[in-house]
Design a protein around this ligand. Sequence first.
Ligand SMILES: [Fe+2]
Length: 208
Amino acid sequence: MARKETRTNPGSHISAQPRLHQRAREIQPYGTVNHALPLELEEPVRLQMTEQLNQLLADAMTLRDLYKKCHWQVAGPTFYQLHLLFDKHYDEQVELVDSIAERIQLLGGVSLAMAADVAETTQIERPPRGREEVPVQLSRLLDAHQIIIRTSRMLARRASELGDDGTNDLVVSEVLRRNELEMWFLSEHLVNAPLVTAQEPTTTVGAA
Ligand SMILES: [Fe+2]
């Protein structure tokens, strides 16, 4: 007796075999916004906000990675203190990056994610692969913060003008204020204050 053939649709074939190496068209191109949520924000507003947020995201991701580079490569008498401080700031930047990226997605946009795309977009100068001394590390980090602070202020102002209060709040309350605080912590390490011996006041010739 012939075995009964069961015909199944190849697309619905059930198998324990994992389907590997799959590729397909993108479901949303970069630089576009969809209409997922009724946010009461017009498409041109969301387009402009997501574009500017992606710039901020690329810079924040670069600063995040710069902190890890400094954390690993720092050298000298302040090694332990800076090693810990750089990693604390790294962790804080990780949180900011996530908040910015999810704001972009929430607005219907597409967040930058991969290092190569970030490298093409960031405004922060690329450091060398090798190790640099502490003052240079600190200066690079401060320069990066300055760029992010400048971009944040411009973005917050534009968000306010366009009625995107959520983006304004995120950028001011989280990104701007955290970057200002980290900048202060770094900059105090570049004050040339005596470490052990206080400097004697200089005596002026002819003084009474
Ligand atoms: Fe570590």
